[in-house]
Write a protein that binds this ligand. Structure first.
Ligand code: 13P
Length: 313
């Protein structure tokens, strides 16, 4: 079932676990991720980043995955990952994404702040939560190009607090030592920095570059306040390994793609264990409570009342 990203992440933040956000680029990978989440009984986010938009088109991909998300036996929220422009975010809001990210983290601070605030006003006018990034996690999405540790711009807690308050974003992506894509050497996350940012910001924090980051470091970061971990490369690599290793004999594209879909299970199960993701049934009880409270208080944080999605599956 479709649920609000805000409700999922607020529960995760309160209870010190993380919800995984898996990047998808097509229907096969989406099905692989969602089937794995159903088998494991955990809530997830599906991330659509620019590489997926360039590969498939935002609307065709969204239309397909919204039906898969709607019919899923576990809570699923659809998230625009690394939105590049005001217009791209506007298109995602028009389509009905459950949350959006705008990423101007590569710009000078004042420009990141001003442009993010403008996009956040638009997202909130559509009653949709928004994520932005402060500091900079280097590397591209779902690609095997590698970045250097020296490319990391670490998040400063005081700046993060000011950015969060002035832009009004709902979730904050932070840079604490991860890199998107494959690592050249073992990363060394600044765990204490996560705790300092959490204390200063007091909103769900997001860790990008989940693939290849040692489990014990991810666990420690979650214990200090990370509520969403993005995973792209691991899912892509699992899928490619499945597809290329398939002994399908004849030219049956379905068998080949099914092998890729199946292989995604391992990538998903390994991460949810590390993230301590709560069981879907437990999260749903929390969601019902949060939905009732949000409705009672007229909260603008929810994209749509989650209660309207509950009890339908
Ligand atoms: P990885 O590809 O390193 O897992 O990073 C994904 C990500 O952060 C998407 O925003």
């Amino acid at each position: 079932m479709r649920v609000s990203t805000a409700v999922l992440l607020e529960d995760a933040h309160k209870n010190r676990y993380a919800v995984p956000a898996y990047n998808t680029i097509n229907l096969e990978i989406t099905r692989g991720i969602v089937s794995a989440a159903e088998r494991l009984n955990v809530p997830i986010l599906l991330g659509v980043a620019y590489d997926a938009i360039e590969h498939m088109g935002m609307e065709p991909l969204f239309r397909g995955i919204e039906v898969i998300a709607r019919d899923a036996a576990v809570p699923v929220a659809i998230h625009l990952d690394h939105g590049r422009t005001y217009e791209e975010v506007a298109e995602a809001l028009r389509l009905g994404f459950d949350s959006v990210m705008i990423d101007f983290s590569y710009l000078p601070y004042a420009e990141n702040l001003a442009r993010t605030a403008e996009v956040a006003r638009m997202a909130h006018a559509m009653n949709t939560p928004i994520e932005a990034e402060i500091g900079h996690v280097p590397g591209g999405e779902n690609v095997t190009t590698t970045s250097e540790e020296s490319d990391i711009v670490y998040t400063d807690p005081k700046t993060a607090a000011e950015f969060s308050e002035k832009t009004g974003v709902d979730f904050l992506a932070v840079s604490v030592g991860t890199i998107h894509g494959l690592y050249k050497s073992k990363p060394n996350l600044k765990i204490d920095l996560v705790g300092q940012i959490d204390a200063a910001v007091r909103k769900p924090l997001v860790l990008h570059g989940g693939s290849g980051t040692p489990d014990e470091q991810v666990k420690a970061a979650i214990a200090k306040g990370i509520s969403k971990v993005n995973v792209g490369t691991n899912v892509m690599c699992a899928c490619v390994r499945g597809v290329t290793g398939a002994s399908y004999g004849q030219c049956d594209a379905r068998a080949c793609m099914n092998a890729g879909r199946e292989a995604i299970y391992d990538a998903v199960s390994a991460t949810v264990e590390t993230f301590g993701t709560k069981a879907a049934s437990v999260v749903l009880v929390g969601c019902k409570v949060a939905a009732a409270a949000a409705e009672a208080f007229g909260s603008k944080a929810l994209r749509r009342p989650i209660s309207s999605h509950l009890g339908q599956n």
